[in-house]
Design a protein around this ligand. Structure first.
Ligand code: TNX
Length: 512
C-alpha cells in the first residue's frame, strides 16, 4: 500500500490509472538553477540505485520525465509546500520555493519502490521503477521540525551524522540540533581555546573513547544538511553541563582547579563561575566560543542550553544567562534555550524556549516556557514523555547489540502509540498554535553508544513525531488514525530495510 509519512495535507491515489515508469530515457526537467540543485541532490540517490543516467535538463518534460518546477503560487505561497502529480504522463513536482520542491522529492522517494534506497544498482525491483498514479498537495504545520542528537555523552562520527541527516530528510524534518558539549565531552573544535577538544574531547560515558568534529568536519555536516534543507542548530550547553570545558581550563573554575574528565551519567554538578575574579576568563570564553560557532553556522540559531544548572546559585545563573545570551546575540544569532532559561526576564527579544517537561507540565516548566513568548519569542515543544527518543520502549526489549537501552525517568517507557498520540496545542496553558515554532525529538545518548543502538531507539518513534510536526492538526481537518499510520509505517519500514536501518519492529505495525 503506497503511503507517505508524514501524512500529506491531501493525498489521492488514482486506482486503475497507469503508473509512472522511470526508464533509460528519463530525465529531470527543471526551470532554473535552484530547481536544478534540488534535482541534482535527489538524482544522486536515484542514479546510484537505478544505474540510469537521468540528466538534469531545462525544457519541456515528457511522459518518462520528472519535472521539477519552482513557480510563484505553485504551493499556495508556502515555502515548504509542494504539489506532486504522478502517472502515465510523468511526474511533476511544483513549489513556490526550493525547500518545498525538495520535500516533494522526498515524497516521491517514499512512493518509489524501496530499492530506491540502495547505494548500488545491484537489484532492480521486480515491477520496475514505477510510481503509482497519485495527486499530492502538501505543506507543513510547523516551521521548525527537528531532531536532536547528543554527541557529547557518546560521540558519533561525521559519516554517521550524515546518514542520520539523510533519514531526517526522508521524514521532512528540517532541523538537526547537535548537543555538542556536556560534562562528558566537548565535541567541536574552537581555534582560540584548543584544549576544549585537546582535553575536553578525550572521553565519553563509560570511557569508551572520545572524539570531536574539526571545523572542516562541522562544515561538511552543515553543507550536507543544507543540500537537504536541514538547518544545523549547534548547542553549547551553559552554564551547567560544562565539566568537559572546566576540565580543560582551570581558569574557568571558581577554585582555579580543573576537575577530572567525567565518564558517569549524573547531571547538575558542574557550572561556569559567575564570580568577578573569573569574569575576564569566563567572558572571553563565552565571546570566543559563541563567535567561532556562529561563524561556522549559517543557520539563524545558537542553542545555549541552560538546563539543569543545579550547581549554579540562582543569582549567578541569571547573571551568566545574561552574559552568554549577549555574547550569542553579538555573534549574530537568535538564542534557543531549554525552558529553564525562561527564569530570566532579561532575555534578548525573540529568544526561543525549548520545553522538555511532560505532556502535563511539572513545577515551573509552564511558567518558564510562557516567559519566552512574553519576551517576544516562540517555543519548541519536546515533551519528554512522548518525544524523547532515549526513553525505553515498553517491555524493555533487548537492543540490537544485546543489553537493554534507554532511560525511563519521563513517566516510564514510551510506546509508538504514545509518541503518536499527542497534540502540541494545550500542553502549556497559554501557548497556542502561533506561539509554537515547532516540535523536536531529542535523543540523549547516555545508554546509546553505536549506530545500530541509535537507530533502534530513534526508529520508528521519530516517524510519529515527524507526523505531529508536519501533518495538519485534527482541529484543522487532519486525521490521526493509528491504523492508517501503522500501514504507512510498514511501507516506510521497507525503505528503512533497504537503508540497513536497525529500527525496532514494535508490535501493532504490519511490517513486511
Ligand atoms: C535531561 S532534557 C537532560 C539531559 C539528559 C536527559 C536524559 C535536558 C534538557 N537535560 O541532560 O541527557 O535528561 O533523558
Amino acid at each position: 500500500m503506497p503511503g507517505i509519512i508524514p501524512a500529506p495535507t491531501s493525498f489521492e491515489l488514482h486506482e486503475g490509472a497507469a503508473p509512472f515508469r522511470l526508464d533509460d530515457g528519463s530525465r529531470f526537467v527543471v526551470n532554473g538553477a535552484e530547481a536544478a540543485a534540488v534535482a541534482e541532490t535527489f538524482a544522486g540517490r536515484v542514479r546510484a540505485a537505478t544505474g540510469l543516467e537521468l540528466p538534469v535538463v531545462e525544457g519541456e518534460a515528457g511522459a518518462s520525465d520528472i519535472g521539477l518546477v519552482i513557480a510563484d503560487g505553485a504551493s499556495g505561497g508556502s515555502p515548504e509546500g509542494y504539489t506532486l502529480e504522478s502517472g502515465g504522463d510523468g511526474v511533476r513536482i511544483a513549489a513556490d520555493a526550493a525547500a518545498g520542491l525538495f520535500w516533494g522529492t522526498q515524497s516521491l522517494r517514499q512512493l518509489l519502490p524501496p530499492e530506491i534506497e540502495r547505494a548500488d544498482a545491484s537489484r532492480a525491483p521486480s515491477g520496475g521503477w514505477t510510481v503509482p498514479a497519485a495527486s499530492v498537495a502538501d505543506s507543513p504545520r510547523f516551521a521548525y521540525r527537528g531532531a536532536m542528537l547528543d554527541v557529547a555523552r557518546h560521540f558519533f562520527a561525521v559519516e554517521d551524522v550524515l546518514d542520520f541527516v539523510d533519514r531526517l530528510s526522508l521524514l521532512k524534518l528540517n532541523a538537526l540540533h547537535l548537543h555538542l558539549t556536556d560534562d562528558q565531552g566537548w565535541r567541536i573544535e574552537i581555534e582560540s581555546w584548543p584544549e576544549l577538544t585537546g582535553i575536553g574531547a578525550s572521553t565519553s560515558v563509560g570511557g569508551v573513547g572520545g572524539g570531536f568534529y574539526t571545523m572542516d568536519d562541522y562544515r561538511c555536516i552543515v553543507e550536507y544538511a543544507a543540500a537537504r534543507f536541514i538547518t544545523i542548530v549547534p548547542e553549547i550547553d551553559l552554564p551547567g553541563h560544562t565539566n568537559a570545558a572546566l576540565s580543560a581550563y582551570p581558569e574557568l573554575n571558581c577554585d582555579g582547579v580543573a576537575p577530572e574528565p567525567y565518564e558517569g551519567v549524573e547531571v547538575g554538578f558542574s557550572s561556569l563561575c559567575a564570580s568577578p575574579e573569573r569574569a575576564e576568563a569566563t567572558d572571553r570564553f563565552l565571546i570566543d566560543v559563541t563567535r567561532e560557532v556562529a561563524e561556522l553556522t549559517p543557520g539563524p540559531w545558537l542553542h545555549l542550553g541552560g538546563d539543569e544548572s543545579l550547581a549554579t546559585p540562582h543569582a549567578d545563573y541569571l547573571d551568566l544567562v545574561h552574559r552568554m545570551t549577549r555574547a550569542a546575540v553579538a555573534a549574530g544569532k537568535t538564542v534557543i534555550g531549554w525552558h529553564e532559561l525562561g527564569a530570566s526576564t532579561e532575555l534578548p527579544r525573540g529568544t526561543v524556549g525549548q520545553y522538555w517537561s511532560h505532556v502535563e507540565p511539572e513545577a515551573d516548566a509552564a511558567r518558564f516556557t510562557r516567559s519566552f513568548v512574553e519576551q517576544g519569542g516562540r517555543v519548541i515543544l519536546s515533551p519528554a514523555d512522548v518525544a524523547y527518543l532515549d526513553m525505553k520502549y515498553p517491555g524493555d526489549p533487548e537492543g540490537p547489540l544485546g543489553g537493554t537501552l534507554g532511560l525511563d525517568w519521563a513517566k516510564g517507557p514510551t510506546s509508538l502509540e504514545e509518541a503518536y498520540g499527542w497534540e502540541p496545542v494545550g500542553i502549556v496553558p497559554g501557548i497556542g498554535e502561533s506561539d509554537i515554532l515547532g516540535i523536536e525529538a531529542p535523543v540523549w545518548t547516555e545508554t546509546i553508544a553505536t549506530v545500530p543502538e541509535l537507530e533502534f531507539m530513534v526508529f520508528p518513534r521519530i516517524a510519529a513525531i515527524a507526523e505531529i510536526a508536519w501533518s495538519p492538526s485534527v482541529a484543522a481537518g487532519g486525521s490521526r488514525s493509528e491504523a492508517d499510520f501503522a500501514a504507512r509505517l510498514a511501507a516506510l519500514g521497507t525503505h528503512l530495510d533497504e537503508l540497513g536501518v536497525a529500527y525496532h519492529r514494535v508490535g501493532g505495525v504490519p511490517w513486511a
